[in-house]
Design a protein around this ligand. Sequence first.
Ligand code: 5GP
Ligand code: MN
Length: 324
Amino acid sequence: MLNQDLLTSFQKICDRHQRFLVISHVRPDGDAYGSTLGLGLCLRALGKEVLCCNADGLSPLFEFLPGGAGLVPTPAAAPEPDRLIIAVDCADPKRLGPVFDAWHRLPDVNIDHHISNPGYAKLNLIDAGSPATAQVIYEIMTTLEWPLSADAAADLYTGLMTDTGSFRYRQTTARSFEIAAQLVKAGADPTALAQGCYQSFRAERLFLMREVLNRVRFTDRNRIAWFYISPEVYSRSGATPDETEGLIEYLQAVQTVEVAFILEDMPDGLTRASLRSRGRVDVQKICAQFGGGGHVLAAGLRTRLDPSTLEKKLIELITQQLPA
Ligand code: 5GP
Ligand code: MN
């Protein structure tokens, strides 16, 4: 939970500004989009002028979100000096993207739930005990008694639903269900939003899944499972990188798997890794060694190492944390 002093400071800084910019991390997920759009709508309801953006713009996968049409790719021109920049769901300012980086400005406010977040803004509203940034935003706005529209509720519900793995992951508490209930009362439609998130894929995502399932590998008595998504996998399936979201869950679903990971080449020449742990291994600690971060049970990194070198290093580090 955030302390009252931080919330009072946030209210004051909001009162002093008319123009806002809400931004989230590259390759945004449901919590990044839901938090950006939900907070954006709440600020607009207070009469503020709000620009919502991220490095990728609006993914077709999230077009169903209320307010989504207003989300733009990060503009090349740095915002006016008096525009308050709020970063949401982003543990590391580098993850706000290269266009943001070129502004040479740090966010004024940082709202997040990542344990690896160092608090890089002037005002940091970080609750590492919260399962989603959307939950942090809900707590902030209700404590400050801001109005909650049905559209903002739908966005925040989407962030909460996706980052809790539909209310299954460890940080899901009674409070998350209470908040979900309040968001549904405010107008969020759980069926429509679940369909938007989980039953609106293109066939190409299934073709991608077919390709990667053919390439799944296991080691250490099937306690570690992984696959590498080569550029060829994309060309054969016709899928796009944002369509890999969620595929790692098929590896995690295997009873013996303690850690699952995915490796992928990035367009900028870096290698990306995404890791998930059942509980025994702290994957955040592993990713931090490569300059990455995230949560104890879900973390990621980007590195100059090539995929096969990274693969070996990750297996070594995971094995070190597993009991013999
Ligand atoms: P995913 O594997 O779904 O991309 O990310 C899992 C978690 O790790 C998310 O909370 C995400 O924000 C974080 N994460 C993923 N990649 C990176 C990275 O390159 N750097 C940092 N700091 N965090 C990351
Ligand atoms: Mn999140």
